[in-house]
Write a protein that binds this ligand. Sequence first.
Ligand code: SF4
Length: 237
Amino acid sequence: MKKPATVPSARSSDKAWERLNREIVACQNCPRLLAHCRQIASEKRAAYLDECYWGQPVPNFGQPHVPLLIVGLAPGAHGANRTGRMFTGDRSGLWLYRALHHAGFASQPSYERADDGQRLIDCAITAVCHCAPPGNRPTGEEIDNCVEFFARSWELADPRIVVALGKIAWDQTFRFAKSRGWWSGKTPRFAHAAEVALSEQTVLLGSYHPSQQNTFTGKLTEKMLDSVFRRARALCG
Ligand code: SF4
């Protein structure tokens, strides 16, 4: 049977995803963030002095048309801003890829290098902001600047399940849902393991962000993060 014209073929959505990622990497919309990314890349951390930092916007990781879309906040200064791959190269990545691997969403738990052969399974990773912000806090204007990429990433991923890592990702997800007319009224309170039917097709799960601020303090444990992705796996069916 012929597909409706609105459903892109796998091939065309792959191309659109690649084009989107190229546009993200080339984006110049936030001078403060771009200057910060470059500054971090030139100063470097002592442990990475012999490495060539990525130092520019970080593209989405994974493929379009997946059941699960993971929404992070922004690249880590010495993590994704160094390696060029989402959640790769820092402790947040250690926690995230380990949990993804446990739940069958990543081929391996590795998180340190972008050339490790890591393969996402049934999921993609995007972010509210694709550039590392000073103090891990993008401004409202910078989040607005990146919203088009957020919307296009969502549309191409076309997820049934979304995991929002942290309150900013949670709020941005509701903002997007409201813009699409899927949600009206107040944004539900963000909580770890919160679950909301965002639309008839999409379930949103909240998770504390696996930042050191949360993992070092015990606010987020390995078991807690695993439980969110195990729930996402169960929802995949
Ligand atoms: S945060 Fe987003 S909009 Fe701003 S420069 Fe980076 S990619 Fe562009």
